[in-house]
Every structure is written in structure tokens, then in C-alpha cells.
Design a protein around this ligand. Sequence first.
Ligand SMILES: NC(=O)c1ccc[n+]([C@@H]2O[C@H](COP(=O)([O-])OP(=O)(O)OC[C@H]3O[C@@H](n4cnc5c(N)ncnc54)[C@H](O)[C@@H]3O)[C@@H](O)[C@H]2O)c1
Length: 305
Amino acid sequence: MPVARGFTDRETMSPTVPDEMWIRTIGVVGAGTMGGGIAQVAAQAGFEVVLIDQAEDWLDRGLAAITGSLDKLVSREKLDDRERDAILARIEGSTRIEHLAGCQLVIEAVTESFVTKAEVFTGVAEATGMDAIIASNTSSISISAIAATVPEPGRVAGMHFFNPVPVLSLVEVVRGIQTSDETAAAVSAVARRMGKTPVEVADSPGFVANRLLIPMINEAVSCLNEGVATAEDIDQVMKLGASHPIGPLALADLIGLDVCLSIMEVLHHDFGDDKYRPAPLLRRMVAAGRLGRKTRRGFHTYEAR
Ligand SMILES: NC(=O)c1ccc[n+]([C@@H]2O[C@H](COP(=O)([O-])OP(=O)(O)OC[C@H]3O[C@@H](n4cnc5c(N)ncnc54)[C@H](O)[C@@H]3O)[C@@H](O)[C@H]2O)c1
């Protein structure tokens, strides 16, 4: 069966190539926490990967983190040295967005700012031509708004991976208003090839996971502020009483309190409903620079690594 993707140069593709095998080279823009993880799992799944960041030092840090993560798998005997080397050889790092030219899919994982993402999408669309699918790993920005920044917006979808990417199996596949059925099917197929489970969701503030998770964290912060229980006890209640693997305040520390606040602000703004009002203590913690694990102090304190 021909691959029906619904935009421009379909006819240049081989009609014998099945949908899910059409994508061989994946570009990842942003070599931070998420982009590095996405590049790693893509290369582990056998894709060729082009990893882009804005400057050499960011890129080097991202590549070093991937190497460290694979080294841990070697030390736990989940990979051997040859497999690790082959995975690393499939990842080409660059600071030049033009190097995405040969990619059939590009996954954007840069800083959570619409302006930054719009600039990156413009650059990616210029580098790749009309037939490449472009996905965003955004946690909260509208996929429909991001898609509107490029020609052929039907080829844009959200691929919302979860942190840590090599460990958590969910990918929320987010359909913007413009996203074509073929694009949604293709990114779901890629997620499956990466060993992930795609779940399709509509483009709505916070999608599903963050709409449920972040207000729960916000409520836990209000409980703490009101003296209902200590941070340790709030976490204990949800671990023992709701079988959560980690308590909400420890989870906030892991995600980053600044990230939690910015998602609450998006929910509050986009729904216009005060039930999403960020907890004042969450704002104060962020203003004080207590952002969680990354600053070694949030609702809990952490040893230097
Ligand atoms: N951290 C999480 O738990 C998490 C979970 C799911 C989704 N996300 C989303 O993933 C995205 C990335 O988050 P992160 O936590 O990896 O951030 P991060 O700060 O760790 O990494 C962002 C990277 O993007 C790079 N970058 C910024 N502007 C760029 C540009 N113009 N061109 C190329 N590279 C650029 C930065 O140098 C940095 O390396 C965000 O949209 C975030 O909302 C994050």
C-alpha cells in the first residue's frame, strides 16, 4: 500500500515502503534533559540521529550525558561495549540546524518558550523541506499555535516524552487542529519503534498528564503552606494511600519547581479558571531560587552529586 501522508511530495516516496519504516533518520533539536534522552532512545532503537544544540558546550554536555547513561547500562550488563559504541556512532552532533537536511522526522526539545520554539520550527522547516514531519516535546504550549509557524502545518504533532526518557514508557501524541491523520500515525509508529507506548490526546492545555499531575502537586503545596502536614508526611500519604511511587512534593523537586509553576500558569491562563491558580508558596519557592533537585533544595534537600 502507498504511504498516504496527505502533504505535498508524496509521489517522491517509494510506494513499497511501509509507513513505519519510512522514517530512518531523526533530528533532535535541544540536547538538554529531554533531547538527550530522546536522542539516546532513538539511537538505541536503530535510528540514525542528528542532535542539534545552540552552542558547542551545550551539545558536549548533552553528548556526555548520553555516554554516561549508556555506560551505566553497560555496567549493569544490559548492553555490551560494542553495542554502546554502535549506538553512539549513530548520533551525530552539530550546532548547525542545516545538518537536519536528511531527516524524515525532527523532534524539537528546546526551552519551553513559544518564541524560541517558533524560531526553531522556522529553521527546521527551511532545513528539511516540506515532506519532513516536525514534532514538539512541549509540556504545555499549544501544538496548533506551533504548527501555524510553518508551511504545511499538517505535518506537525506533539510527541510528549516523560522524564527520564529512557525509563518512562509513555509518549502523549498530541494532535493540533491541523495535524493530519498520517502525521499522527507516523509519530505513533516511531514512538512504538522506540519501545514507547503512544497515547493520542487532543491539543488542550497541559494535555492529559500534566493537567492531572501538576494541579495535584499545586494542591500538595497548599496543604504544606496551610500546615495540614509536613512535606515528608504529605509524600508518605500519597505513596502509602494512593500507591504513588513518589510523593507529590518529591516529584515537584524532580520536575523542577519553575517548570511546575510555568505549567500551572499556562493552565490558569488558557482555561481562565481560578481552580488552576498557582499556590503562593510555589511562587515564593521559585522566586527564592529553590527549584528542587537541580538547585539541591526544594521541598526537600539533596546532597551534592
Ligand atoms: N524536563 C522535563 O521533565 C520535561 C518533561 C517533558 C517535556 N519537557 C519539555 O521538553 C523541552 C525541553 O526541556 P528540558 O527539560 O530538556 O530543557 P533543558 O533546559 O534541559 O534543555 C533545553 C536545551 O535546548 C537548547 N536550546 C535552547 N534554545 C535553542 C535553540 N534555539 N536551538 C537549539 N537548541 C536550543 C538549550 O541549549 C538546552 O540544551 C521543553 O519544552 C519542556 O517543556 C520537559
